[in-house]
Write a protein that binds this ligand. Structure first.
Ligand SMILES: [Zn+2]
Length: 281
């Protein structure tokens, strides 16, 4: 038992306290992360609606792609759609076997940096192609964009690691904290959030470049305005992911601190009848 200067004690936590903290912290993080689909809902809703406007985006994209400098870099467009074999699987238990189902359905798109390929459904989801070409430009023709892209993977890994760090016990009182390890543990929520920022920044940059491409491809101002709105919603889903990650790790950290840090008690609390162990008569 440690007596501190104000006469109070530190009482270590029990194993049961730590277990309780672990379960509450895990449940609280899970609850925050379960809100994530809410952030991507507006994006998905507009994505479906834009299938009907595909032609104007498709024309502008093909035009802008030719002068983007990307073909010279070896970038290719890969049209993704359901094959007859895929269509037979749709709506059955085998649906999950369909490779790149979302992309084929025109609900998603991606740029594959290793293969230098932009994958999307040309007949449905051309609105997302400008942004994917923006990723290709970041990858191949931008120092900053390329650097941010390189930080994405490690950033996700660090954020995941912080989620684990948050769930470790804190056996000593806060005032005894020192050094890097304690700093990382005490700030794991903020670090997890910061680790996600390169991803958010690279997404924003890809959209910025995508909008520029759309203008160069001759897309009208009304459609440009719509494109900006759509890309804003996409960015919101990434920003939401970063915020939810930071909050969930931070909350787990607070809960674990509460349940595992030694508890400060006053002699009056521990010995309410007035028999203080250090009293001298
Ligand atoms: Zn993106």
């Amino acid at each position: 038992m440690t007596v501190i200067s104000n006469g109070n004690y530190y009482v270590p936590r029990t194993k049961e306290d730590a277990e309780k903290g672990f379960w509450i912290a895990s449940a609280a993080s899970g609850a925050i992360m379960s809100t994530l689909p809410l952030f991507s809902k507006p994006f998905l809703k507009q994505m479906k609606a834009e299938h009907a406007n595909n032609q104007q985006y498709k024309d502008a994209f093909i035009k802008s792609f030719k002068t983007s400098g990307l073909p010279e870099e070896g970038v290719n467009i890969i049209h993704q759609e359901f094959s007859p074999d895929d269509l037979a699987k749709l709506g059955t238990a085998r649906e999950k076997e369909i490779f790149h189902k979302d992309v084929k359905a025109g609900l998603n798109a991606f740029y594959a940096p290793d293969a230098k390929e932009i994958h999307f459904n040309l007949n449905k989801a051309s609105i997302s192609a400008f942004h994917e070409a923006g990723h290709a430009l970041n990858n191949l023709k931008s120092t900053w964009g390329n650097l941010l892209q390189k930080f994405r993977g490690p950033g996700y890994a660090i954020a995941g690691l912080m989620g684990t760090v948050a769930l470790f016990s804190r056996p000593k009182p806060k005032e005894n904290d020192n050094g890097l390890r304690d700093f990382v543990q005490n700030n794991c929520g903020k670090i997890a959030f910061a680790a996600m920022l390169p991803t958010v920044a690279e997404e924003a940059l890809a959209s910025h470049k995508g909008i520029k491409l759309a203008r160069e491809g001759g897309l009208g101002e009304a459609a440009i305005k719509n494109l900006k709105k759509f890309y804003g919603k996409a960015l919101m889903s990434y920003a939401g992911y970063a915020i939810a990650t930071g909050l969930s790790v931070g909350l787990a950290n607070k809960i674990m601190q509460h349940y595992t840090r030694p508890k400060e008690v006053s002699p009056q609390q521990e010995f309410p009848q007035g028999y203080y162990p250090y009293q001298r008569f």
